[in-house]
Design a protein around this ligand. Structure first.
Ligand code: SF4
Length: 442
């Protein structure tokens, strides 16, 4: 039986606002089912429009922050069902994205119009671009730094610039089951300047109510809005939907598989869904192999590197890191170079059967061969880890502040000697490669 959406009369006024003059009403539009429902319903049902929005919608501004990695299918649905409504009611749409990895880089306004025809899902500086350059992926747990950086901050910055000292209403599409998020968000009032409001919560609607409503109104099952490489979309409830997207959009998905391959090469514990829970193995397990095949074919055409990776752990889960690309070449050359280094140093290349922290049963096997210079001892701190491995050369050389000093201060004689031998071996292989390139060119 079809679930009926709760009536507007169930309205819970969590933010009573008693003003005669209408202030700006900024709707953070995440493009998911809840916020799409909110915008669609307010624009199509006069009873659903709060009296804080002018009848002609002149004070309403819909703000979207693009991470650069949203699935194209979400964008197409918004373009087909929501943008025409915004145009019809002359509602202002502002699309923003961060311009670079730091706040200093600023915010790009991708469009600011009352007549929007298309979205700019490509953003300005993609979240995946940042992750790629550091050889990392968005991480599960904690405070969803990726979302704060790529979605929250560009919108905050835009509103701060646009509204200055003016008070404004800020609507977010939290549903009736997201009271904890509401409690956290509502504490952020900026001294009363920001007046948060949660229309979906106030209507008493759940996520499923929103999906059902959009299905009745638009005839589509509204998908989850998320990055293609979102670790949260891999939870049990979300995975079937995400898996279907990987199956239907393999060309869009392939680069994220390459990203994860590099990420797990540099840190075996960094599967997208946690240690030993990689995207690659999940796709293979569920027989969605097309994006994996595409990724493998692309990787063969990419430049590769022999990476030197060092980590210094001051405490559990507290590490600083240094990554260096010590040799560059095609993928076969990079593999051969690492093997040659291993022979010269006399340390065999190994894969680990198990990945530290991974489930004993059902966890991934380590797929990357490494020349270990120092393996860390469990539960002994400080701890050091150093190895050489190969992967596509998309991660840049980078060391955390003060890494070299910290590393040098803790390097013992045994480690120092082995490091010297590895560096000498890398130098020999580098010269051999340069000579062979020179010879084949002449
Ligand atoms: S969708 Fe996922 S990966 Fe993208 S910003 Fe949000 S939490 Fe991070």
């Amino acid at each position: 039986m079809e679930r009926r959406a709760p009536e507007a009369s169930t309205h819970v006024d969590t933010n009573p606002i008693h003003h005669t003059e209408l202030m700006p009403y900024a709707w953070s539009y995440g493009m998911g089912a809840e916020s799409t429902t909110g915008i669609y319903r307010m624009l199509t049902d006069p009873n659903a429009r709060p009296d804080t929005i002018a009848p002609d919608y002149s004070n309403l501004v819909v703000v979207i922050a693009q991470t650069g990695d949203e699935w194209s299918t979400t964008g197409k649905l918004v373009e087909r069902h929501i943008l025409p409504l915004l145009r019809k009611h002359n509602v202002r749409l502002v699309e923003v994205a961060r311009k670079g990895p730091t706040k200093k880089d600023g915010v790009a306004v991708l469009q600011d119009t009352r007549q929007p025809y298309r979205l700019h899902l490509e953003g300005a500086y993609k979240l995946s671009h940042e992750n790629r350059s550091t050889g990392t992926m968005p991480q599960l747990g904690g405070v969803r730094k990726c979302s704060q950086k790529a979605k929250g901050w560009p919108q905050d910055a835009w509103r701060a610039k646009e509204f200055g000292d003016r008070r404004y209403i800020h609507a977010i599409g939290f549903n009736v089951n997201e009271y904890t998020r509401i409690t956290r968000d509502s504490a952020y009032s900026m001294g009363g300047q920001r007046i948060p409001t949660y229309p979906i919560y106030e209507w008493g609607w759940s996520r499923q109510d929103c999906i059902d409503y959009l299905s009745r109104e638009l005839g589509v099952v509204w998908p989850k809005s998320c990055c293609r490489h979102c670790p949260y979309a891999g939870c049990q409830a979300g995975w079937p939907e995400q898996l279907a997207r990987f199956a239907t959009l393999p060309a869009e998905a392939a680069q994220h598989i390459i990203d994860e391959y590099v990420c797990t090469a540099l840190n075996p514990r960094s599967g997208l869904f946690g240690p030993g829970k990689s995207l690659i193995s999940r796709l293979q397990r569920d027989r969605v192999t097309e994006p994996v095949k595409l990724a493998a074919a692309r990787m063969k055409r990419m430049p590769w590197a022999v990476y030197r990776v060092r980590r210094f752990y001051s405490a559990p889960a507290h590490a600083i890191r240094s990554v260096d690309r010590v040799l560059l070449g095609g993928h076969l050359v990079a593999y051969a170079a690492l093997e040659e280094m291993s022979d010269l140093v006399g340390v065999p290349l190994v894969r680990h059967e198990q990945i530290a922290g991974a489930p004993v049963r059902g966890g991934d096997r380590d797929i990357h061969r490494r020349l270990w210079v120092r393996q860390r001892q469990d539960e002994t701190y400080p701890a050091m880890e150093e190895f050489y491995t190969v992967a596509p050369a998309q991660a840049f050389d980078k060391a955390t502040d003060r890494f070299d000093d910290t590393w040098a201060a803790h390097t013992d004689t045994v480690l120092a000697r082995l490091e010297c031998r590895c560096e000498a071996a890398a130098e020999v292989v580098r010269h051999a490669l340069t000579r062979s390139r020179f010879t084949s060119a002449s």
